[in-house]
Design a protein around this ligand. Structure first.
Ligand code: MOS
Length: 728
């Protein structure tokens, strides 16, 4: 189905199953431990050996000798595989460096060998016996130093290093009120609960890998490319994923080494990355250095806005696109955005939840707060004054739907914003200095082709099959809701099969595009199934109604299962997108409100209240959507107050590479959270009229916290995380 005109009325509008706060259909499986994760597929395969990864102990250089003799002779060891043993390996399209390094070493803890043994303990012990001699070469680990000579990068729009509208410099010089400020954000680690884990089994030249991956088709292609195998010979399975946050968008070393280890051992192998290896072996959100300049007239009209960001990555890596939202969020005739990309020999940077916008909004929305103060305006009024309903670079392109101002004003009402004191440092509650902060939320909505197959069985059960993943987001549930709505059956009459490369290729889980696109693909397949059912019953497709488990046309009505009495009906289709997303700017909006207390003696910040108001099109399931948003708000608190990959710039590694030293919020850090969804349906986005929500909930939270800390204390911090030492 090609989606190239606004949706109009369709069966989803009935909202009998879609739009309901249905609990997760996989909830019981998960809470009882019956949902198998990558490391747990014991029922499918027997005689499984254990793999353990050896990571490089240097950040940059060469391996001179890699002596595996002692490891191979250790008790229980079945095989040891290094790059030299593995034969030529390719590099996946989505990988910056090789997933099995050697002799060249690209970063600290890059995998250089895998040890396979009868037990996990034996594999781990033998890994310690692998002897490696390195020649270390000088690496580039200091972002600030590297940025001094870093070139502009054109990763956002090919062919350009800067994006300009009007004449920023002249307008900024002439502006009566202006801000020129620098902000920094550190590297972030995905720190998902389930580590990178894979289980691999060979059957002749055919390979099955159970893994933990957000994007089955990308992982499938890249595994084939890396191993030099035809895709058809590989099955990639990822039915349950214990969190990813972007870290599992791509094929990682666990899947490759499980496959290589299993081949060498002649047995199935399972392998989970140890927690202390995750931060340096895998990807992270790169640190940024951002400069924002805003010029305005006395009445608060922005006349000039510039956002420039620098980040670093491995030689073939890309930038953290922290400036992109600034091209769309506020009006202003004269604009400049640009990015610089430095070469670093730290581990690979890549996408982490809301890549670009998450750290970009942490800077932009503090700058807006600072500017509002300079103008003597309320921060909400300042944002509202500079709202735009069109792309500032192309006034012909309107937003499909944009209720940013309503999010801000309704949130203000709910949160009691009028009680905020404009003068910072003036509200005291015992030992706490109390402040409120606000930030806009913004994240683009992305359309992606997504396919599905739907079956109607003789028992009346509707089965949906797609390679979509559920990374804890609720995909199983919203897909069941979509099929239930389309086929007119209760949700428990729908079975959902996900996460297999044998199933139709979906949008996958990433970039907050999963829910809307994957369900739109299911919608498309259901439209075909409805036609097939009407056809078999001899009903006219246009006036056939699917409702209450029945198919009705005029005076004729039969049970849905009747349609399949002569055999199962199967339909497959995919949603594909025309130019609507080019004609219209598809984005999601929101507002984040927080209240903090800052301890007047220690400078420690505690959250007191949080509210998010989101406008993201139709909300397919308010319960799972709320879970996405409160989880994202929690992550936003982490980015504001504690998360930081600390760089050891002598040896080139992240030194706090475990959950004891890479701090993320725990329950005690998070107060009551409220989430409000505006009642929207975006008919230009897709037939579901839904957009993304999972990353919107994060974008802006860090800045709202920072603005609240300023309102509490009068100390403006621009260097995240806002740890207590920075108040001194
Ligand atoms: Mo998200 S960083 O695209 O999983």
């Amino acid at each position: 189905m090609k989606f190239d005109t606004p949706a109009g009325t369709n069966p989803i509008d009935q909202m009998k199953a879609v739009g309901r706060a249905h609990p997760r259909i996989d909830g019981a499986l998960k809470t009882t431990g019956l949902a198998p994760y990558a490391y747990e597929h014991h029922r499918e395969i027997e005689n499984v050996a254990y793999g353990y990864i050896v990571g490089s102990a240097i950040a940059k250089g060469r391996i001179d000798t890699l002596d595996t003799a002692a490891a191979k002779a250790a008790p229980g060891v079945i095989a040891v595989v290094t790059a030299a043993d593995a034969g030529p390996l390719g590099k996946g399209n989505f990988n910056t460096v090789k997933l099995l390094g050697g002799p060249q070493v690209d970063h600290y803890h890059q995998a250089i060998a895998v040890v396979v043994a009868e037990t996990f303990e034996q594999a781990r012990a033998a890994a310690g016996l692998v002897r490696v001699d390195y020649t270390r070469t000088k690496g580039r680990f200091d972002l600030d130093a590297a940025l001094k000579t870093a070139p502009l990068t054109d990763a956002d729009k090919p062919g350009k290093g800067e994006d300009r509208v009007g004449d920023f410099e002249t307008a900024f010089d002439a502006a009566p009120v202006k801000l020129d400020a620098e902000y920094s954000t550190p590297g972030h680690s995905h720190a998902m609960m389930e580590p990178f884990a894979s289980m691999a089994a060979w059957d002749g030249d055919a390979l099955t890998v159970w893994t933990s991956n957000q994007m089955i088709n990308w992982g499938h292609s890249d595994l084939a490319k890396t191993l030099g195998m035809p895709k058809e010979k590989i099955t990639l399975l990822s039915p349950y994923v214990g969190g990813g946050f972007g870290g599992k968008l791509f094929l990682r070393t666990d899947a490759v080494l499980a496959a290589l280890g299993a081949k060498a051992a002649g047995r199935p192998v399972k392998l989970a990355m140890s927690r202390p290896m995750m931060a340096n072996n895998a990807t992270h959100r790169p640190a940024t250095r951002q400069r924002i300049r805003i010029g305005a007239t006395e009445d608060g009209t922005i006349t000039a806005i510039a956002h420039q960001s620098g980040s670093g990555d491995q030689p073939e890596g890309g930038p953290e696109t922290a400036v992109l939202q600034t091209q769309l969020l506020y009006a202003g005739a004269n604009r400049l955005t640009s990015m610089r990309l430095a070469v670093l020999d730290l581990p690979e940077g890549n996408a982490m939840r809301a890549p670009g916008e998450a750290p970009g909004m942490m800077a932009l929305e503090v700058a807006m707060d600072e500017m509002a103060e300079k103008l003597g305006m309320d921060p909400i009024a300042f944002r509202a004054k500079n709202d735009t309903q069109v792309d500032p670079a192309d006034p012909e392109r309107r937003f499909s739907q944009r209720q940013l101002v309503r999010c801000l004003t309704e949130g203000a009402e709910q949160f009691g914003w009028s009680r905020r004191k404009a003068t910072p440092g003036t509200v005291r509650d015992g030992r706490w200095l109390v402040g409120m902060g606000v930030a806009s939320a913004f994240r683009n909505h992305i359309n992606r082709t997504s396919g599905a197959r739907v079956r109607l069985g003789r028992d009346g059960v509707v089965t949906v099959e797609t390679d979509m993943t559920d990374i804890g987001t609720g995909s199983y549930t919203i897909i069941a809701q979509t099929a239930a709505e389309m086929m007119g059956v209760p949700i428990d009459a729908v079975e959902v099969k996900l996460g297999s490369s044998a199933l139709p290729v979906s949008a996958g889980s990433g970039g907050q595009f999963g829910a809307a696109n994957a369900t739109a693909g299911v919608y498309a397949a259901c439209v075909k199934l409805r036609e097939a059912i009407a056809g078999r019953l001899g009903f006219a497709p246009t006036d056939t109604v699917f409702e209450g488990g029945k198919v009705t046309s005029g005076t004729r009505s039969v049970d849905l299962s009747q349609a399949a009495a002569d055999g199962e009906l199967v339909a497959e289709d995919k949603i594909e997108f025309g130019d609507l997303g080019k004609t219209w700017q598809l984005s999601t909006f929101g507002a984040h409100f927080v209240e903090v207390g800052v301890d007047v003696y220690t400078g420690a910040t505690r959250l007191r209240r949080m509210l998010a108001v989101c406008a993201a099109g139709r909300i397919i399931n308010p319960r799972t959507a709320r879970s996405q948003v409160i989880g994202a708000m929690t992550m936003g608190v982490g980015s504001a107050l504690m998360e930081e990959l600390a760089v050891d710039s002598r040896f080139g590694l992240f030194i706090n590479h475990d959950l004891a030293s890479y701090e993320v919020p725990v329950h005690a850090d998070i107060p009551h959270q409220d989430v409000i969804f505006l009642d929207e349906a975006d008919e230009k986005a897709n037939p579901m009229k839904a957009k993304g929500i999972g990353e919107l909930g994060l974008c802006g939270v860090g800045a709202a916290v920072a603005n609240a800390v300023y309102n509490a204390t009068g100390v403006r911090l621009r260097d995240y995380p806002l740890t207590l030492d920075k108040h001194l």
